[in-house]
Design a protein around this ligand. Structure first.
Ligand code: FES
Ligand SMILES: [Fe+2]
Length: 348
């Protein structure tokens, strides 16, 4: 196992990538500011329904456009009323007939898929929505038949990679989540793990045999006793993880898809979403509501550790992690990232 990069080495963002920027339901006719990879962006929908993302800075005297309003097909700055179209071109200056040609702001390619708004950070010509991962389990998907669940946003005061590493390392479940989806006994249970790398995609499989399910899973699947847990997970750059979690005993089996896009806000803060979809009790709205609360508890258990980890790393950016056997997927992902960051440096 090779050394992992220090946290300090990783303080940069991958460009020419689609990043989850918001839930589709978050973006309407009111300008919505969000910082993505250190860039301040304003997202909005025009009256005609066009989804747009612009630099959150007016070209005139730099007031944030997110303080303004959407008026028909343009966004109007709250300071002196300049109007910008969805390409970022100024199309009107109140009180004068002409528009200075240099009055424009940067536009970001955006696309909507599976209930998320995805935003391209990088060279505009290279943005191809076909490379957005397909995650068809939610109401915003073209076909989500057979799944029921929810999508929810969390702001995290820690670098995005710390949350990615958390999700790739399922051995923390027995400890961090012992009161929710884990059980401490699982730490010593028999388990099998496989990790494979296919281009820039890393896949893992982890199975734990004959363990207590933990209170939430016992309840979701009506499991009276011990179960087998199987998690298949996929990481794709820049930082999207999906986990197919399968739980079964001799008589019952349930599957839950856990989808986690994680987007850097700054080097030390991140946007995190959980998309959670189950293949059972599809019409049970009370279960959906309960699972929002339960999963929020699970995520906050992670957030508490990760934010504390960030506080340590902010004071000690020079330290290196010491990989253990359970970190195989983490190490594989860091190797792919090293390659992608090296390519990015060469391209410049
Ligand atoms: S700063 Fe936006 S119109 Fe003047
Ligand atoms: Fe966790």
């Amino acid at each position: 196992m090779t050394d992992m990069a220090t946290h300090g080495d990783r303080m940069k963002f991958l460009h020419n990538q689609w990043y989850a920027a918001a839930l589709s339901t978050e973006i309407g006719g009111t300008p919505f500011p969000r910082t993505i990879c250190g860039e301040d962006v304003v997202l909005f929908r025009t009256a005609g329904g066009t989804l747009a993302a612009l630099e959150d800075r007016c070209a005139h005297r730099h007031a944030p456009l997110s303080l303004g309003t959407v008026d028909g097909e343009v966004i109007q700055c709250a300071y002196h009323g300049l109007c910008f179209d969805t390409d970022g071109r100024c199309v009107r200056v109140p009180g004068q007939d002409s528009v200075p040609p240099q009055a424009r702001v940067r536009r970001y390619p955006v696309a909507e898929r599976d209930g998320w708004v995805w935003l391209w950070i990088g060279e505009i010509d290279r943005a191809a929505p076909a490379s957005i991962p397909s995650l068809p389990y939610f109401e915003g998907s073209a076909d989500s038949a057979g799944w029921a669940g929810f999508q929810k946003y969390f702001h995290v005061k820690a670098g995005a990679q710390l949350f990615v590493d958390n999700l790739l390392d399922l051995s923390h479940v027995a400890f961090t989540h012992r009161n929710s989806i884990g059980s401490s006994a699982a730490a010593d249970a028999a388990f099998a793990m496989e990790v494979s790398v296919d281009g820039t995609t890393v896949r893992g499989l982890r199975q734990v045999f004959d363990v207590e399910p933990g209170p939430f899973i016992a309840n979701w699947g009506n499991f009276p006793g011990r179960i087998t847990r199987r998690s298949r997970y996929t990481w794709r750059p820049p930082s999207v993880i999906d986990i197919e979690a399968h739980f079964h005993d001799a008589e019952r089996a349930i599957t839950i898809m856990v989808i986690n896009p994680i987007t850097p806000e700054t080097e030390t803060s991140a946007h995190f979403w959980i998309g959670w979809a189950r293949d059972f009790a599809l019409g049970d709205r009370a279960m959906t509501e309960r699972s929002v609360e339960e999963n929020t508890q699970v995520i906050m258990e992670d957030v508490e550790v990760i934010e504390a980890q960030q506080r340590v790393l902010s004071r000690r950016p020079d330290v290196r992690a010491v990989p253990i056997a359970a970190d195989r997927a983490v190490v594989a992902v860091h190797r792919v990232l090293d390659r992608l960051f090296a390519d990015q440096t060469t391209e410049r």
